[in-house]
Design a protein. Sequence first.
Length: 404
Amino acid sequence: MSVVFDNREKNAREELACRKNDYETFKELRFKEASSSMKIGEDASGSILNTGDYCVFAENEYNFTTFNAICFGNDDAEDEWEFYKVENIKFYFCMFDNCSFSNIKFVNCVFIGCTFSQCFTLNYGMIFEQCNFSKNDADRNSVDDMFSYFRFCELTVKFIKCDMTQNIFSKTNFYFSSLSENKLYDIIMVDCGFDICTLKDCDLRNARIINTKFIRFSFEDEEKGTKVNSGTFFGEINFNKKDARELASAVDMYFALKDLFMDNKISDLYGEYFYLYKKTEMKTLKGLSKIMSGVSFIICGYGERPFHSLIVSLAMVFACGNLYYLFGLKTQTDIIVYNASNQLNVLLDDIYQCYHFSLVTFSTVGYGNVIPVGASIVVNEVEMICAIILVGIWVSTLVRKMVR
């Protein structure tokens, strides 16, 4: 991973800490004052109805309500049409702690400043359709503006046309889930996982997704509908290198990410994900294909690391200089060749002459004041051929990065 990516991950984790602190401060200090002056939720008792094994919501609005170890929904549904439907309910700074959701569908509901902690789904899971998890107000002067927070959850869920601006997802895993036409602007997702999930036509601008596992995850956009920008960041994918399924999924995800950023004309990040795609793909290759991929990585970082070429070039100059010293060079007055009995000043001068000749050869300047002899002739020919290739690769890779 590049230094730029390392800095982005560090900044994202710092923003996550600030956002959590902002949430707690707003909840404890400012929201109570605002809710008192605006008389929010005076008539809301926070009650629920028990229908046997599952509970249902009895109010149109809940404020500062904690739902602890409660099951919501039903277990009789055979498809989504039979889900328990929850419509037009507002939840302000509610805590869903260790709750389960079974065959339940939230439609046009509002979740402002809510926390879903250690929640999980049963049966077919749950659906959020056209729900609002965060109103967008940069100054946060309104009680109607605070993101929601999912942590330590295990969910089978569909998010459809929801606004989840600035939401936090921490250590939350999604199974057989989908996200369609959602506003995921500026979300932070850390240490999460997706297993057999899809994303379609979502707004991922400024989203930061770090150390997340993607297994059989796919973008299913219509007309390249998912939006990203230069502020969007997917950190390195978390996967088990010994698990073939996870490794193959990581390769597919990096491939999808490079295409996603290219479709959105973010060419510099396209290059980073192309590099990660090729680097991860190398782990799946065998035989000659693996060797060729490794050579490409070492020489130029798959066209994305120009300093690889520079380092390899300098290493070749150094190595060939040593070989010239071993096999011999001829100057206008003397033969330079390794001799352990030479004095230190002579040894240093001879080594300098060999490195000078190697650099002159590599740069194709060729002063002609020193010529190879014996086996050094072969070394000289090999160095010239490699120099032409390496310099061309280095220049083209450097220009490619600079143009971006």
